[in-house]
Design a binder for this molecule. Structure first.
Ligand SMILES: [Zn+2]
Ligand SMILES: [Zn+2]
Length: 340
């Protein structure tokens, strides 16, 4: 089987890897219809996360079930399924409260390596959600987006308490930020301000429902948001980057009593306690419990009422993965789809 392995920053190879197999009775093995490169894969690619050994890559997946373990009853071979980047039992107390990424039995999918032809999915009953039938080819990118970036943008919008009558700001114009715009629109936000300096991403933000674009960042960006909101700041702010600058930009763009939903994996962020104390801003975020939202999101995709797959603006074969990483690293591509 072919799969993507990262050896060192900037060194991504496609090579032969062992065929995945059912190891536990709760496992499934799926054949990937499509997989993709994530913005978070760029942290090790750029040397911001350490790589201690050659690492299989990828945690976003959609495909056909090939084999299930003896304890699996929720999905069966031949079904098209989507799962999240953490496998979860979906039955413990934390899962039932909607935080499947903190499941007491959670298993990271990253170590299985979804950028491959096939993969093992642990805790298949709790993790995988099947479509009513095998979808047509054009819907595969939409379902793949549900595996992480759509579910993550959606969680950010929910954590930021987006809804009717709300003004929403989105910090970050990667796939998650753009799908945060889509989520805010679907959840009924009145005004959606996307912060982006890149023309093609601005266009997609507008297509997904943004009403305003702000190109400045940092203090100038915050000032522009204040100017657009009678000096108050937004009700709801989605933070989809994870740096000190983007986090402070999000907090300072939020009005007293407002909410920040933060889903950018934080790198070197330190929050000033006293500023936070006096801001009256709610902060909620973390690794998105995508599994909570999958049934709803997959139904919207099946009915074609949302098309989140538009974030994939480069479609390559799995063998071309290294070119895909380069394109995302240089921001020439928003998100790269890989066909096994
Ligand atoms: Zn991801
Ligand atoms: Zn659980």
């Amino acid at each position: 089987m072919r799969g993507v392995v990262m050896y060192a920053p900037g060194d991504v190879r496609v090579e032969d890897r062992p065929e995945p197999a059912v190891l536990e009775p709760t496992d499934a093995v799926i054949r990937l219809s499509a997989t993709c490169i994530c913005g978070s894969d760029l942290w090790p690619y750029r040397g911001d996360d350490e790589i201690h050994r050659p690492s299989p890559m990828g945690h976003e997946y959609a495909g056909i079930v090939e084999e299930v373990g003896s304890a699996v009853s929720g999905v069966k071979p031949g079904e098209f399924v989507v799962g999240s980047f953490f496998a979860s039992d979906n039955s413990c107390e934390i899962c039932r409260e909607g935080y499947q990424t903190s499941c007491i039995h959670r298993v990271g999918i990253g170590s299985e390596g979804a950028q491959a032809q096939r993969m093992r999915v642990p805790l298949a009953d709790g993790t995988l959600v099947a479509t009513p039938d095998v979808p047509t080819e054009d819907l595969v990118p939409d379902f793949l987006a549900a595996s992480d970036v759509l579910g993550t943008g959606w969680f950010a919008a929910v954590a930021a308490e987006t809804g009717p009558g709300k003004t929403v700001v989105v910090v970050g114009d990667g796939a998650v930020g753009l799908l945060g715009v889509l989520a805010a629109k679907e959840l009924g936000a009145e005004r959606i301000i996307a912060m982006s300096r890149h023309e093609p991403r601005q266009q997609l933000a507008l297509e997904f429902g943004a009403t305003d674009i702000v190109t400045e960042r940092g203090d100038a960006g915050v000032q522009h948001i204040k100017d657009l909101t009678s000096g108050l700041g937004a009700h709801s702010v989605i933070e989809a980057v994870g740096t000190q600058e983007s986090m402070m930009q999000a907090i300072r763009s939020t009005r007293p009593g407002g909410h920040v939903g933060y889903v950018g994996v934080t790198h070197g962020v330190a929050l000033p306690g006293q500023e936070l104390f006096f801001s009256h801003v709610h902060l909620h975020g973390g690794p998105a419990p995508v599994r909570r939202f999958l049934p709803d999101l997959m139904e919207r995709i099946w009915n074609r009422s949302i098309r989140p797959g538009k974030v994939f603006d480069l479609d390559l074969s799995l063998e071309e993965a290294a070119a895909g990483y380069r394109a995302m690293d240089s921001r020439q591509a928003i998100k790269v789809l890989l066909r096994p």
